[in-house]
Design a binder for this molecule. Structure first.
Ligand SMILES: *Cc1c(COP(=O)(O)O)cnc(C)c1O
Ligand SMILES: [Zn+2]
Length: 474
């Protein structure tokens, strides 16, 4: 297909990588794959010289792309916003039609959260080819990987990144995918995808945070392209989730975006999306961002709310953060939640997450597994399925409404990060009338009740009994 070298117009400092810390000023060229600041060792942003790039005058201009859906780039829900992530020549873009997702209003969930009917929206990213929002970022990282001539790509994953990488490798045939997963931590739905799509799957004895450290070492040592969200190109693709939300709301910013926080890739990319849209004069109002941790993986909540760590103009309190992680290590505290996709204690995008919270006047909260599973059942009963981690957004919105931070009249968008079928074990256990099944999956997580369970009805195999059951229950 395309050669591994970039065309000259894209080597012209129009696009480069820049340290997230403005005072540092460290930069890397577009084709760097260390994703590490050469001056301070921190994480990088993809940076654009917007003055020399063609930027639309209005977000409405993107609507013209709808007529071009027979072409691969305008068809993609990521690349139809090409002008807002123009790091690759259009001919180098690798897309499999990701980002065909849905924003749906749900009064059922509005009532549960406590906002007015008509004001609660679910952004369903489970409709992506691999069933999670990760595809938005993977198409961008994959494009960059191919531009730099990579032949192998790796990630550590709680499941959805590996599923996404495996799908892109198998669908394009351009790269060998290598996925690192913690042992016993991955749901079958996600493991099935990595295996079925032919990724080399390495299960290490440890959890996600261990796997993340190992994959970074391996990537460096063996020159393998890393697609974890430490990769700033992934975050470029994930910005488009926000563009699609705005598009679905006729380009009018909602009051709140609520998102689950794991590695804080989504939170960071949403923040960057709004920073750039504002800078480019494409929006006037910036929505507030709410990032929701699971209580069993609450680093971001603890640091921001208990330890007063903030972006602080690019100088977040490093000693406090370092001490926090040192204590975590000495006490051997491990992340633990039914919401496996956010079972992460060392978010790699921490500093970018702080920036997003600062720019979007955001808040951080945590929700426990009981609240997450109850919210998930409500989302399902409202007509949209999701996995446990996704429902943290709805549980978090409910909490913020109860606190009075979110008002009943606010328009709230909760991001449903992945599909219901990703983790059917948790769902079936919640609805099961069998206490043993419930306890094995949920009881061990401190979930005590299934307040919104829809239990299967046991009926003898006789016509009369079946008729009776239907008359009683339906
Ligand atoms: C990856 C993932 C998350 C966490 O997103 P981050 O960008 O790492 O914060 C949340 N939900 C689901 C379903 C995921 O797959
Ligand atoms: Zn730096």
């Amino acid at each position: 297909m395309h050669s591994g070298t970039m065309t000259s117009s894209f080597n012209d400092n129009l696009v480069f990588q820049r340290c997230v810390i403005p005072q540092c000023g460290g930069t890397n060229s577009l084709d760097d794959t260390s994703f590490c600041c050469p001056k301070c060792g921190g994480i990088m942003d993809v940076a654009y010289d917007w003055d020399r790039l063609p930027v639309p005058k209005s977000l409405k201009d993107f609507e013209a792309k709808w007529m071009l859906r027979h072409q691969p780039l305008p068809f993609s829900g990521v690349w139809r916003f090409y002008e807002l992530l123009p790091f690759a020549p259009p001919s180098s873009v690798l897309t499999i039609g990701e980002g065909q997702t849905l924003l749906r209003q749900s009064d059922h969930v509005a009532q549960y959260v406590g906002v007015n009917n008509g004001n609660l929206f679910l952004q369903y990213e489970g409709m992506n080819p691999s069933g999670s929002f990760k595809d938005n970022g993977m198409t961008a990282a994959f494009t960059h990987a191919h531009m730099t001539g990579a032949k192998r790509a790796a990630c550590a994953s709680t499941g959805n990144t590996s599923a996404s990488l495996a799908v892109y490798c198998s669908a394009t045939g351009l790269m060998r995918g290598i996925v690192f997963i913690g042992s016993g931590k991955i749901s079958y739905g996600k493991l099935a995808q990595a295996l079925d799509h032919g990724a080399l799957t390495i299960q290490i004895a440890g959890d996600f945070d261990d796997a993340m450290q190992r994959v970074q070492q391996i990537a460096k040592k063996m020159g393998i392209y890393l697609v974890n969200s430490i990769n700033p190109f992934r975050l470029e693709g994930q910005k488009t989730v926000m563009y699609r939300v705005l598009e679905a709301l006729r380009w009018e910013s909602p009051d709140w975006i609520v998102v689950p926080g794991g590695n804080l890739g989504n939170s960071s990319s949403f923040g960057k999306a709004f920073i750039e849209l504002k800078q480019l004069g494409l929006i006037s109002k910036v929505p507030r961002l709410a990032v929701i941790n699971a209580a069993g993986a609450n680093t971001f909540n603890l640091l921001t709310n208990m330890n007063s760590v903030s972006w602080n103009k690019g100088e977040p309190n490093k000693p406090v953060m370092n001490q926090f992680f040192t204590e975590m290590d000495t006490q051997n505290r491990r992340a633990s939640t039914i919401a496996s996709a956010i079972e992460i204690n060392r978010p790699v995008n921490l500093v970018k997450g702080l920036r997003a919270i600062e720019f979007c006047n955001g808040v951080v909260r945590e929700t426990n597994d009981q609240e997450i599973m109850d919210a998930k059942a409500k989302v399902g009963a409202g007509g949209m399925g999701c996995e446990p981690a996704s429902a943290a957004s709805v549980a978090g919105a409910k909490k913020l409404r109860a606190e009075g931070v979110i008002a009943p009249s606010d328009r709230v968008v909760c991001i449903l990060t992945a599909h219901q079928m990703k983790d059917s074990t948790a769902t079936v256990a919640y609805h099961s009338s069998d206490q043993k099944t419930f306890d094995e999956v949920l009881g061990v997580r401190g979930v005590r009740r299934a307040g919104f369970a829809n239990r299967a009805v046991q009926v003898p195999n006789s016509l009369e009994d079946i008729v009776k059951a239907i008359e009683v229950y339906a």
